[in-house]
Design a protein around this ligand. Structure first.
Ligand code: NAD
Length: 493
């Protein structure tokens, strides 16, 4: 493979007891005794085993969360804040350990894994600060008719079920656990079966900093449908926060309706990245590189469609293609590698089939496009242009290092194209004209827009989408609100 660096990945330290999961403050095996093997996508070698949790284990985790709920909700917000702050510090102290585990189970480069640790830890700091301000959430006053008093306060919504995908093994869980704990909710976390190790290390760190037993329970399973189905059928669960595919999100929304459960859904994306003729091309190429290749393109906010205005299309494509071609691909644990392996065979095969479909229907492949042989689920940085109307890649979330590039003439045309999808998560606009940037950002129906930048994620900002990309926001002030219920009391004196 061109630009490939290979060397054996170092075996990561687990930092928690293998084949066990934390339920009610005790690390336990699956009731069945069965385990799931977790492998390194760069080497295809087993790293560790986790319990293959059953319905019985899932319900035990829920029992533990329910038992801990009242005392956790009654724990003063400042005490909860101090624990979250201690977690923030502890995660950063163990940055390298977390990063090595993320790279080993997921495939991204160590540099990106370290950035994920910083981002994930940041949610504990942000929501520690928010927990300290929880008392500001209430209101007290006299009703407009002057007859009696109104008091409005916030309380935790209750035990929360948290389900995360494999692409950000630390950050997706941190983005849910930190606000849940800040609000006073106990939790059951179900990480993706491909990448459960980082979640288990996080649970261990939370335990070590003093988060009480039962507040954070983790269930690892390869039988999500049944285990989650059983937990959701129990009316004691008051909240589900899910990050993953739109397809699974829709199924969970249907299940949540049965018990009228509070829901947050972070679902799929199909982000447009638009470069206007007047853009700073250095900035735009850099932004497109990061929006496309971050996490190997396996991100819900990855640039899925790159739109270039005709005046700069040729020059942009030349510079961008050079950068993509020069990207060093290899085991993410090896220093200097810029693009690691994709998460598994299924993902690599799906990316390859999207490219093959487009090329077979007439697309031009400017670089990449061929899956290398050998060990590891690699796919090279690829640039496609002249993509025909009937190519699948036009509609689907690519989730790989493949740039699908289109040309446009006018602002109106590109806004229409950008909005021509059921999704509305992230979007990116590159232009030096501020008025145009803000006009286009307003016109795009998406939860987030980056102006002249290819990354927008920040614990202090509300992350989430419109349309089929989901319901609710994580991070920002909204991220805490998602775990709070409003209580109104009318008071006659
Ligand atoms: P997925 O929907 O297959 O799985 C997500 C989680 O749901 C995993 O933990 C999985 O085990 C679990 N799950 C699967 N089927 C289930 C079922 N029937 N019942 C209960 N749980 C079930 O998604 P994925 O492949 O892990 O992740 C990729 C998807 O996630 C992409 O579509 C991506 O856009 C999306 N994503 C969205 C965001 C966001 O914030 N909007 C962030 C990251 C990823």
């Amino acid at each position: 493979m061109a630009n490939t660096t290979t060397a054996p990945a170092p075996a990561p330290a687990l930092g928690f007891p293998e084949k066990l999961m934390p339920i009610g403050g005790t690390w336990v095996p699956a009731a069945s005794g069965d385990t799931i093997v977790v492998s390194n996508p760069a080497t295809e070698k087993a790293i560790a085993e986790t319990p293959a949790g059953t319905v019985q284990d899932g319900l035990a985790a829920l029992d533990a969360a329910c038992q801990a709920q009242d005392s956790w909700a009654a724990t003063p917000p400042r005490v909860r804040a101090d624990l979250l702050d201690a977690a923030y510090r502890a995660i950063l102290e163990r940055r390298n350990e977390f990063a090595a585990l993320i790279t080993a189970e997921m495939g991204k480069t160590l540099t990106e894994a370290q950035a994920e640790v910083d981002y994930g830890a940041g949610f504990f700091r942000w929501f520690a600060e928010a927990a300290n301000r929880l008392h500001l959430e209430g209101q007290y006053g006299i009703e407009p008719g002057g007859q009696y008093r109104l008091a409005v306060s916030k309380r935790p919504v209750g035990p929360a079920l948290l389900i995360t995908p494999w692409n950000f093994p630390l950050a997706m869980g941190a983005r849910k656990i930190a606000p849940a704990l800040a609000a006073g909710c106990t939790t059951v976390l179900k990480p993706a079966e491909l990448t459960p190790l980082t979640s288990l290390l996080l649970a261990k760190v939370l335990e070590e900093v003093g988060v009480p037993a039962g507040v954070v329970n983790v269930i690892t399973t390869d039988n999500s449908r049944e285990v989650i189905g059983a937990i959701m059928a129990d009316p004691r669960v008051r909240k589900i926060s899910f990050t993953g595919s739109t397809q699974v999100g829709k199924a969970l929304l249907t299940q949540a309706a049965e018990n009228v459960m509070n829901t947050s859904m972070e679902l799929g994306g199909n982000a447009p990245l638009i470069v206007f003729d007047d853009a700073d091309l250095d900035q735009a190429v850099e932004g497109a590189m990061v929006a496309k290749l971050r996490n190997g393109g396996q991100s819900c906010v990855a640039a899925n469609r790159i739109y270039l205005q005709s005046g700069i299309a040729a020059e942009f494509l030349q510079r961008f293609t050079e950068r993509m071609t020069a990207t060093r691909v290899g085991d993410g644990a090896v220093h200097g590698v810029e693009l690691g392996a994709l998460v598994d065979e299924k993902q690599a095969a799906k990316v390859a089939s999207l490219v093959e479909d487009a090329v077979s229907k007439g697309a031009t492949c400017l670089t990449g496009g061929t899956r290398p042989g050998g060990i590891g689920y690699y796919y090279p940085p690829t640039v496609l242009t002249d993509i025909p109307e009937n190519a699948d890649i036009r509609e689907e979330e690519i989730f790989g290092p493949v740039a699908a590039v289109y040309e446009f003439k006018t602002e109106e045309d590109v806004v229409r194209a950008a909005n021509g999808t059921p999704y509305g998560l992230a979007s990116y606009v590159f232009t030096k004209d501020l008025a145009r940037a803000l006009r286009v950002a307003d016109a795009i129906d998406a939860g987030m827009t980056g102006i002249n930048r290819g990354v927008v994620s920040n614990p202090a900002a509300p992350f989430g989408g419109t349309k089929a990309s989901g319901l609710g926001r994580e991070g920002g002030t909204e991220g805490l609100e998602a775990y709070l219920e409003t209580k109104y009391t009318g008071i006659e004196l």
